[in-house]
Write a protein that binds this ligand. Structure first.
Ligand SMILES: NC(=O)c1ccc[n+]([C@@H]2O[C@H](COP(=O)([O-])OP(=O)(O)OC[C@H]3O[C@@H](n4cnc5c(N)ncnc54)[C@H](O)[C@@H]3O)[C@@H](O)[C@H]2O)c1
Length: 318
């Protein structure tokens, strides 16, 4: 199948593109190599993808190179568009909220339009667990997102989801809205807690915990990639699905597991960060029943793989 992956030079996009290529799909990656984090790291992602075979890469922006990107879509005629391109990160969204309107909303509108104009059959959107905001009841079911979010990043993702619904009524493609829950693994994004902690621990430095008693549904990257691929099984025209592990890991448990790999670990305490939620926990029954999604990697196994990778690579890349 012909597949466009926007944001394919990013963390999730590079793993996903490898798998798509490995499975024999024809892949076009569109990524502007945004400097939210090191461009060197994104170029390394592209080399990592190349190990699995041929693909085409266009360093273009969905918002700054609209015409060129539309032309790429029209000439390639993708059957599926997987839209991962966005600026991620809750704290940064508090500093520059308007950029999230451009990169997380407007870029999604353009991807939806170009996918429709090029007659794609399916549009898959990378949304986020952050759209649930703070909730009393867990696990989080798809219907529980009401727009009462707590960060500009989450507001942008929730709004982009609304545009997915709007364009699903304007074009005949299937639309899959996938809400990813804190994805980690080799090549993990350098602004995320697990990547940061491991890097600090390898340098024998103290790690800082923000808040106490918080929990995250950590999703191993291979499970996330399989979750995206499972969306190809979607039968309904528009579907929203949680892609998580289905199990919350408390911060204290994360520290205990890290201590097994780094017995010298020392911890500093920081304040709970504005814009964060206290806990996330995905109800994955819908994705399981309708898409056949099933996370296979336990947290201890995923963490061990990530640490093993970091020991080899994390010190030589920034
Ligand atoms: N990693 C997670 O835990 C997580 C959780 C929830 C949702 N998500 C979402 O999944 C997607 C992928 O996340 P990631 O962790 O791989 O992030 P990432 O930053 O590693 O990847 C995003 C990529 O998109 C590119 N990009 C951004 N704006 C662009 C534009 N306008 N045009 C072209 N390219 C552009 C960036 O250069 C980057 O390479 C994002 O939409 C993110 O919001 C990620």
């Amino acid at each position: 199948m012909k597949v466009v992956v926007t944001g394919g030079a990013g963390f999730i996009g590079s793993h996903l593109s490898r798998k798509l290529i490995h499975e024999g799909h024809e892949v076009v990656i569109i990524d502007e190599l945004h400097p939210y984090y090191s461009i060197n790291r994104k170029n390394r992602h592209l080399e990592f993808i190349k190990e699995s075979g041929e693909f085409r890469f266009f360093q273009k922006s969905l918002i700054h190179n609209e015409k060129e990107v539309r032309d790429i879509f029209l000439s390639f005629q993708p059957e599926a568009v997987i839209h991962l391109a966005a600026i991620p990160g809750v704290p940064h969204s508090i500093e520059v909220p308007n950029e999230y309107v451009d990169y997380d909303i407007k870029a999604t509108i353009n991807a939806l339009r170009f996918a429709g104009d090029s007659e794609a059959k399916q549009f898959i959107f990378a949304s986020s667990s952050s759209v649930y905001g703070e909730q009393k009841n867990v696990p989080l079911e798809e219907e529980m997102a009401t727009g009462r979010v707590v960060s500009p990043y989450a507001a942008a993702k929730f709004s982009a989801e609304a545009f997915c619904h709007a364009y699903a009524s304007l074009f005949p493609y299937k639309v899959s809205i996938l809400r990813f829950f804190t994805v980690y693994g080799p090549w993990g994004r350098p602004d995320m807690a697990i990547t940061k902690f491991i890097k600090k621990l390898l340098a024998k430095e103290e790690i800082t915990l923000f808040g106490k008693g918080t929990a995250r549904d950590y999703t191993y990257i291979d499970d996330c990639v399989n979750g995206v691929l499972s969306a190809f099984n979607q039968k309904v025209r528009v579907g929203t699905y949680n892609i998580g592990s289905g199990k919350p890991i408390y911060l204290e448990e994360l520290v205990d597991q890290l201590r097994m790999h780094f017995p010298e670990l020392t911890v500093g305490q920081g304040a709970f960060r504005q814009g964060d939620v206290h806990s996330t926990w995905a109800d994955i029954r819908k994705a399981n029943e309708q898409l056949g999604y099933y996370p296979a990697v336990s947290f201890s196994e995923g963490l061990a793989n990530t640490i093993e990778w970091a020991k080899k690579h994390e010190t030589e890349i920034c």
